[in-house]
Design a protein around this ligand. Structure first.
Ligand code: AMP
Length: 309
């Protein structure tokens, strides 16, 4: 079994109440891959960077079981750049700048060896590029997960709607779910969105956890209450990586198992926010992941009293 990951590999500049970074390595696919590598050792990447992207950063991806044959390096061009600033509550951020650079002309090529991947993670990227990747798959993957953001809803809504028709799971945050559906109630939003293609919807709510919907049921996973959230960048992507990584590892795409996958996604997101950029996720051990999973179990477990009050 393998996972094909598509998404940005990027430079980010981030400002939070805790500090500021110059250009550091980020991107949706970077976070997804690093996070999924704790569950799967068969990860394939399709993305693009410019020749300004450090070779060392590509090496780190490879050290995390990520095959980079599908990562195009464009001579004389610049890597995608995003900068964002978080507000005091850390749940909201402003995009200061998005420079598409290499993304502007990106034509994704899925190497032959990737075309039968059983799991497809369409990370945050131009919807038309996500669709182009989907169209190159030889056999329909067992599970297709798509993540996107308001930027693409603002500028490429029709392309996004086309891609959504073909996916199984959509992951977005609460603000984006409201924007996409035109509904304030997340329950109503989920109902509407599930009529447009996906059979499952994950709504990420930052420090307030995540909701998993299908047409009949809903499941809630909390976020781990943390003393300090240093930098939320990439939390959604680490969530997606943990979610799909766990599903690939367990080879079970039932709703019951997706509940466990949502918890594993939340575990990975909880690490991501503890340091700037990919710093925390890069240094994790399997034991760290195991211990944090236990913290999540302890957080939500309770005994129903047998005596009547
Ligand atoms: P997240 O915090 O999970 O939404 O992901 C943050 C990552 O998304 C950063 O590393 C950015 O490089 C990347 N990113 C920001 N804007 C976009 C965009 N419009 N398309 C794709 N990736 C983006």
């Amino acid at each position: 079994m393998s996972i094909l990951i598509v998404g940005t590999v990027a430079f980010d500049a981030i400002e939070t109440p805790f500090g500021k970074t110059d250009k550091i390595v980020g991107g949706a696919a970077t976070y997804i891959g690093l996070s999924a590598s704790f569950f799967s050792n068969n990860l394939n990447l399709v993305s693009v960077v410019g020749d300004d992207f450090p070779k060392q950063a590509i090496k780190i991806l490879e050290q995390h079981n990520i095959d980079t044959k599908g990562l195009q390096i464009k001579e004389g061009e610049k890597t995608f750049f995003w900068s964002g600033k978080y507000h005091n509550d850390m749940n909201t951020r402003d995009t200061i700048e998005t420079q598409l650079n290499v993304l502007e002309t990106f034509d994704p090529i899925v190497p032959k060896e990737y075309q039968n991947s059983e799991f497809l993670m369409l990370g945050n990227l131009m919807p038309s590029v996500q669709k182009k990747v989907l169209d190159q798959m030889k056999t329909r993957p067992k599970l297709i997960v798509l993540d996107t953001m308001n930027f693409w809803m603002d500028h490429f809504l029709e392309d996004l709607k086309e891609a959504l028709k073909e996916v199984d799971v959509l992951t977005i945050n609460d603000e984006e779910a409201r924007q996409l559906s035109g509904e304030y109630s997340l329950v109503k939003a989920a109902k509407k969105i599930l009529e447009t293609g996906p059979n499952y919807l994950v709504i990420k709510k930052g420090e307030h956890g995540a909701l998993l919907f299908n047409k009949e049921e809903v499941f809630f996973a909390p976020a781990l209450p943390l003393e300090d959230v240093f930098d939320p960048t990439g939390a959604g992507d680490c969530f997606a990586g943990g979610f799909i990584g766990y599903l690939e590892k367990t080879k079970d795409i039932s709703f019951e198992n997706m509940k466990r996958a949502v918890i594993h996604g939340s575990v990975m997101a909880s690490f991501c926010v503890e340091k700037f950029g990919t710093e925390r996720i890069k240094e994790l051990t399997h034991q760290d992941v195991e211990n944090r999973l236990q913290e999540f179990i302890d957080l939500v477990q309770f005994e129903r009293s047998l005596t009547k009050s």
